[in-house]
Design a binder for this molecule. Structure first.
Ligand code: DGY
Length: 503
């Protein structure tokens, strides 16, 4: 593994280490100003250390080092002991500020398990993780290895996929290495040359197998593919899934959170596992799944990330001298994606909802995923203004009871809102990162800075939690979540004075 790079942050690392020792003894006592939630009563979460802003960079680095498994990083120490696809991409973005070679390695190790179709699996299972640490684990997915398109196993992979943040991450690695110069820049260019065809194959998979309709929107087969598992986005479509006979199964995930209310319900899990069973029965074959699967949804946020990732891919193609035909194709993909997102906008909601292919109807939930066109970028001023207005409205950031001006994953005005439950209300730093980055690209620097500052404050106070209660800022879900540490590092490297040179 390469040596650590300097911290391109506001404070010198040596100074940070001194303060760190004092902070280690502190613990976070859960504050519940309303006092009305069940569970978690007066509980002390020993690993959630409030991290003073000054120590943030060192602490973030430590989280990533503790979760470092050699050439890849586990998403979190207990709840997520494997390599997750979009987590890894965000992790590479953060690692780039510590060691660009290690950041590149994060993506390379994930892409070693790319399927022949181009699919990048949503989980690569760690063969050394304790067998009862995560369910459904490698044995549950082992059947995926029977597919002619699966990579050699072990390690086994799942046969789902997740939002394609990877090209964005690869470009970030390059930009930081280029700034550092010398051998590092040379190594990063070699990395780009190596990963470019793999990224091209991955995006081609999404634009073909997952969009046979040429709609510009990606079809997901499972809420896990969205990365926003129990979001109200999927309530209507999941309610229509009839669960058949399921063997009993463990909920290992519940051992790793302070209260079960922070995770999806058993009813959600029944549906998740039923969908997995159907996907396995279809031999993980996209055509068969498309023919018979009860959950076929066009995911707006996934599709928007693909548009932004295609923009990054186009830049990478330029850097590595990609074929002219490929560059033209990527440009078409970008246009196709933007057209698809424009078609799904809902003027009444001021958002861009997902779309259920089975019923032919829009899924009109009030969630942060509806800001997908912001993430895709390239918006006309009027359209940008509408989305900005919706985001600032009392339905999202302008809600009077919010602890900080950060978008809850689900609007408090949505009937499915729950401030403590995973994607049904909590604030997620990675989503804040996507919004921040979208604002930077749109030239909305003040807004971007507000998101960056507020999110860093939240992490400084609550630690590197997976997600946060939107009214109290209480850290929820897993602690020491790698991608939270990673986005914090990226934000620290982009103080307002630098105004996003690498963004
Ligand atoms: C989980 O296990 O919670 C994941 O979201 C599935 O990928």
């Amino acid at each position: 593994m390469g040596r650590n790079r300097t911290f391109p942050v506001e404070i010198a690392p040596e100074a940070l280490l001194t303060t760190l020792v004092a902070d280690e003894r502190l613990v976070w006592a859960v504050s519940r100003p309303n006092g009305d939630e069940k569970g978690d009563e007066g509980m002390i979460l020993p690993r959630s250390v409030p991290v003073r802003r000054e120590t943030l960079a060192v602490r973030a680095q430590e989280v990533l080092h503790r979760n470092d498994m050699g050439g890849w990083t586990r998403a979190a120490p207990d709840l997520y002991p494997h390599q997750w696809s979009w987590d890894s991409a965000f992790i590479a973005i953060g690692l780039a500020h510590l060691d660009t070679r290690r950041a590149a390695r994060e993506l390379e190790s994930l892409f070693q398990h790319q399927w022949n179709t181009g699919k990048v699996p949503h989980i690569v299972f760690n063969p050394e993780a304790p067998p009862d640490s995560y369910f459904p684990g490698s044995d549950h997915w082992a059947c995926a290895a029977a597919s002619p398109d699966a990579p050699p196993a072990p390690p086994y992979t799942s046969c789902l996929c997740q939002p394609p943040v990877h090209a964005i991450a690869a470009l970030r690695v390059w930009k930081v290495a280029e700034r550092n110069g010398g051998e590092e820049a040379g190594a990063a260019r070699a990395f780009l040359r190596e990963i470019y065809p793999k990224l091209m194959l991955w995006h081609r998979y999404l634009l073909s197998y997952r969009d046979p309709e040429d709609s510009g929107l990606v079809t997901i087969f499972h809420p896990w593919e969205s990365g926003t598992d129990n979001s109200p986005r999927w309530d209507t479509s999941l309610a229509a899934v009839e669960v058949g006979d399921l063997a009993p199964y463990p909920r290992h995930d519940l051992q790793h959170v302070a209260n079960a209310s922070q995770r999806p319900t058993d009813a959600d899990y029944d549906r998740y596992l039923w969908l997995v069973k159907l996907i396995k029965e279809a031999g993980c074959d996209e055509m068969s799944i498309y023919r018979s699967h009860p959950f076929l949804v066009k995911d707006a946020l996934f599709s928007a990330i693909l548009v932004a990732a295609n923009e990054a891919l186009l830049e990478i193609a330029g850097l590595v001298g990609g074929r002219v035909e490929d560059r033209a194709l990527i440009a078409q993909w970008i246009e196709r994606g933007r057209r698809g997102l424009a078609r799904c906008r809902d003027p009444e909601l001021g958002l861009c909802p997902d779309y259920d292919l089975r019923t032919g109807s829009a899924l009109r939930a009030h969630t942060v995923a509806g800001f997908a066109p912001l993430v895709a970028g390239g918006l006309r001023p009027r359209r940008l203004a509408i989305l900005r207005e919706t985001l600032m409205s009392p339905s999202f950031i302008g809600h009077p009871a919010l602890g900080r001006p950060l978008a809850p994953s689900t609007s408090p005005n949505d009937p499915g809102f729950n401030p403590r439950s995973y994607w049904r209300g909590p604030v997620w730093p990675v989503i804040d990162w996507l919004l921040w980055w979208a604002f930077v690209r749109a030239g909305e620097h003040q807004l971007a800075e507000r998101v960056r500052e507020s999110s860093l404050e939240q992490i400084a106070e609550g630690g590197f939690a997976e997600y946060f209660e939107p009214f109290t800022g209480e850290p929820l879900g897993s602690r020491e979540q790698s991608w939270t540490a990673a986005v914090a590092l990226d934000w620290l490297a982009h103080g307002p004075q630098r105004e996003m040179r690498a963004a």
